[in-house]
Ligand binder design. Structure first.
Ligand code: ATP
Ligand code: MG
Length: 335
C-alpha cells in the first residue's frame, strides 16, 4: 500500500535523520562510513555539508535515497524520516515515489545519472512526461527546449548523446533533469566541482532560482566553504562519519569558537584581505574508516589533544541554541 506523505506545508521538518550509522562490508573488512549523525531540515531551508574526502558525505546522501550499493552498504542504525514517513523500512514502491518526484539528487559524477545510450533530449522528456502526464508530445518538447536553454545548452543539441558533451555540459544536463522534477528537496553532491568558475557561478544561480521560485529545500555537499557560505542557512562539518560541528552559517563563519578541525579547514583557504606568510593546512590524514581511533576521532591530528580525547568520545557541546561542537576542549571552556 502506498504511504501517505504529509505535504511539506503540514510539517515543519521536511527531513529528519536521527543517529544514522552506515557501514560498507568489503572483503578487506567493515568500513564505518557514517557514525551516528543527526540532521533536521525544514521546508525551504538549505543545509551545507562540508568535510574532506572520505568524511561520509555522499554515503549520507545515498542513505537518504536508499541507494547504498546492495549487499555492501548497510544502514546499521538510526532513522530517516521524510514528511512523516520513515524511509529506512519503507517499501521499494514508496522509495520510487520519493526518488526524483520529491527528492532529486545531482550526483558527484554526472555519468552516474545519465543513460549513455539515450539522447539527452529524450532523457529530459521522460522526466517531464512522468511529472506532467497531461502534456502532449509537442508540449513536452517545448518544455525540453525551455529547460535546456535555462541551463545554457542549445535546444538544437537535444538529439546528441551524453558522450558528445563536455564534463561541464553533462553536469548541466543532469541539473536540467533535476529541475524538471521540481522536487521538494534537492540534494546536490559537489554539483560544481567538475565545472570551470564561470559555469560554476551559473549553476549555483540556477539552484538559487529553483529555491526561491519553488521553495525547494537544499542539501548541498561541497568541499568549498565559499560556495556553502553563499548558498546555505545551516552548515554541518563532517569528519570521519560524524558531525563534529553544526550551526547556522553565521555561527560557522562569524562565530569565535570552533572545533579545531573547522579552524583547520578555514586555515587551509587563502584570505585575500589578510597578509598571511603561508597557509596552515591540517597535518595528517583522515583515520582509516575500518580502524577508527578510540575517543575523539580527530585526536591523532589535534594539536590540543589530551588524555580524555584519546579515551572518551566527546559529547555535543552547545555554544548557543543553534551551534554545537563535539570537542572536550570546547566543553571544558578553554575556547
Ligand atoms: N561502495 C563502497 N564500498 C566500500 N567503501 C566505500 C564505498 N563507498 C564509499 N566507501 C567508503 O566510505 C567512506 C565514506 O565515503 P564517502 O564517499 O561517503 O565520502 P565523501 O565524504 O563523499 O568523500 P568525497 O569528498 O571524496 O566525495 C570512505 O572511506 C569510502 O572509501
Ligand atoms: Mg562524495
Amino acid at each position: 500500500m502506498a504511504e501517505t506523505f504529509l505535504t511539506p506545508d503540514q510539517q515543519e521538518t521536511l527531513l529528519s535523520i536521527e543517529d544514522l550509522f552506515v557501514e560498507y562490508h568489503t572483503d578487506d573488512g567493515i568500513i564505518q562510513a557514517v557514525n551516528g549523525i543527526s540532521l533536521h531540515l525544514r521546508k525551504g531551508e538549505s543545509l551545507g555539508i562540508v568535510g574532506e574526502t572520505g568524511a561520509g558525505k555522499t554515503t549520507t546522501a545515498m542513505s537518504i535515497l536508499r541507494l547504498l550499493p546492495p549487499q555492501v552498504g548497510k544502514q546499521v542504525g538510526g532513522r530517516i524520516c521524510y514528511c512523516g514517513v520513515a524511509l529506512d523500512d519503507a517499501a521499494e514502491s514508496t522509495m520510487r515515489q520519493i526518488r526524483g518526484n520529491k527528492i532529486s539528487m545531482i550526483f558527484q559524477d554526472p555519468m552516474t545519472s545519465l543513460n549513455p545510450s539515450m539522447r539527452i533530449g529524450a532523457q529530459i522528456a521522460e522526466v517531464i512526461q512522468v511529472h506532467n502526464e497531461h502534456l502532449n508530445k509537442e508540449q513536452v518538447q517545448e518544455q525540453v527546449d525551455k529547460i535546456l536553454s535555462l541551463v545554457g545548452i542549445l535546444p538544437a543539441r537535444k538529439n546528441d548523446f551524453p558522450h558528445q558533451f563536455s564534463g561541464g555540459m553533462k553536469q548541466r544536463v543532469v541539473i536540467a533533469i533535476a529541475l524538471a522534477c521540481q522536487p521538494d528537496l534537492l540534494i546536490a553532491d559537489e554539483p560544481t566541482t567538475a565545472l570551470d568558475v564561470t559555469i560554476q557561478a551559473q549553476v549555483l544561480n540556477m539552484i538559487e532560482d529553483l529555491k526561491s521560485q519553488l521553495g525547494t529545500s537544499l542539501i548541498l555537499i561541497s568541499h568549498d566553504l565559499g560556495v556553502i557560505a553563499r548558498m546555505c542557512d545551516t552548515v554541518a562539518i563532517m569528519y570521519a562519519g560524524e558531525i563534529i560541528e553544526y550551526g547556522t552559517a553565521q555561527d560557522i563563519y562569524e562565530g569565535s569558537v570552533h572545533h579545531p578541525y573547522t579552524d583547520g579547514l578555514f586555515g587551509s583557504i587563502p584570505d585575500l584581505t589578510k597578509n598571511h606568510a603561508r597557509l596552515t593546512p591540517i597535518d595528517g590524514l583522515m583515520p582509516d574508516p575500518s580502524d577508527l581511533p578510540a575517543g575523539c576521532k580527530f585526536h591523532p591530528r589535534c594539536q590540543y589533544c589530551t588524555e580524555i580525547c584519546r579515551e572518551t568520545a566527546p559529547p555535543d557541546h552547545h555554544i548557543n541554541g543553534t551551534h554545537f561542537i563535539k570537542c572536550h576542549r570546547c566543553a571544558g571552556g578553554e575556547r
